[in-house]
Design a protein around this ligand. Sequence first.
Ligand code: NDP
Ligand code: OXD
Length: 311
Amino acid sequence: MRLIINSGGARATDDWRSNFQACAPELEVVGWHEDVDPASVDYALVWEPDPGRLATFPNLKLIISAGAGVDHILADPQWPRHVPIARMITARTQTEMAEFVLTSALMLTREIKRAVDNQARRHWEFFDSARIAAELRVGIMGLGHLGAASAQLLARVGFQVSGWSRGNSRLEGLPTYAGQAQFGEFLAATDILVCLLPATDSTRGILNAATLSQLPRGACLINAGRGSHMVEQDVVAALDGGQLSQAVLDVFEEEPLPPESALWSHPGILVTPHCAAIPDRRERARHTAFLIAAYERGEALPNLYDTQRGY
Ligand code: NDP
Ligand code: OXD
C-alpha cells in the first residue's frame, strides 16, 4: 500500500517515513515531490495540496487531512469528490487546543501582552485591579471536538463557560445557546469570545462588526478557528474603538501572516503562528495508520468530512 504525503514539505519526508516505519511498516511512504506512478497511490496525507494533484491519482481510496479542518483541501476546485476525506482529530489535538485556549484566556485575564510590551521598552507600569477566572464569562463558538474540550478545561479552572453552536451539541453541566436565534443572547453574556468553528460558507466573516458590537464593551477575542472567520478590519476597528480590549489570533486569511500586516504591531493583538493544536508527526502517523487499517478492514471511519454539513 502506498501513501503519498505533502504535509511539512520535502524536508519532512524522512521524518514521516521513520514515524510510519515504527507504527505501520507495511505502508510505503512517498514524498509529494518524489517520482511516483500516480496509479500506484492508495492514500494521501495532505495539507494545502497543490490544486489538481489529488485528481491525478486514479486509485486513491482515502484522503487524510493533516489537520482537523478540511478547507485547505476543498480549496482545490478539482479535489476528487468520490474519495472520502478523513479529518485528523486525535486526543492530543483536543488537549493541545484546550490548553492553548486556557493559556490565551489566562494571558488576556492578566494582560500579559501589555507586560511583555512594557518589558521590551524597560517600562515599569503597575496594573491595578487584576481579574480572576471566576469573574469572567468565556463564550465558545463551536462545540465540536475542540470547543467542547476547551470548554471543560476552562470550566475546571473556574471560568464561567458557555457555548454556542448550530444546536446539535450540548456541554455537560454548562449552558449552551443555539443558532442565530440565540446568538445575541450568547454574545451579550461573553467577556472572552473564543472561535472554534469550522470554515464553511455560513461561518465566513462571522467575527464582524455586527457580531463584535453585541459583546460587552471591552471584551476579548480568541480566534483559533480560521482566518476566514474574521473580518480583519472590523476586528482592528473594534480594538481601536475599545469595543474589544485585546485579542489572541492564531489563524489568518493569509498564512503566513505577511510581514506588512498591521496585525503584527497592534498593541491589543497577540499573534501566534497557527500553532494552537498541531499534534506531532508521530501522533499523526499513528492516527493515519489507524485510519488506513480501518479502511482496509472495511470499517466505518471516524470524523469524515460531511458534504451535507460542509465540514
Ligand atoms: P467539529 O466538526 O467537531 O465541530 C464543529 C462545531 O461547530 C459544531 O459544534 C457545530 O455545531 C459548530 N458549527 C458549525 N457550523 C456552525 C454554524 N454555522 N453556526 C454555529 N455553529 C456551527 O470541529 P472541531 O472542533 O474538530 O474543529 C473546529 C475547527 O477548529 C476546525 O474546523 C479548524 O478550522 C479549527 N482548528 C484549528 C487549529 C489550530 O491550530 N488553530 C487546529 C485544529 C482545528 P453543531 O454541534 O450544532 O453541529
Ligand atoms: C487544523 C489546523 O485544521 O491545523 O488541524 O488548523
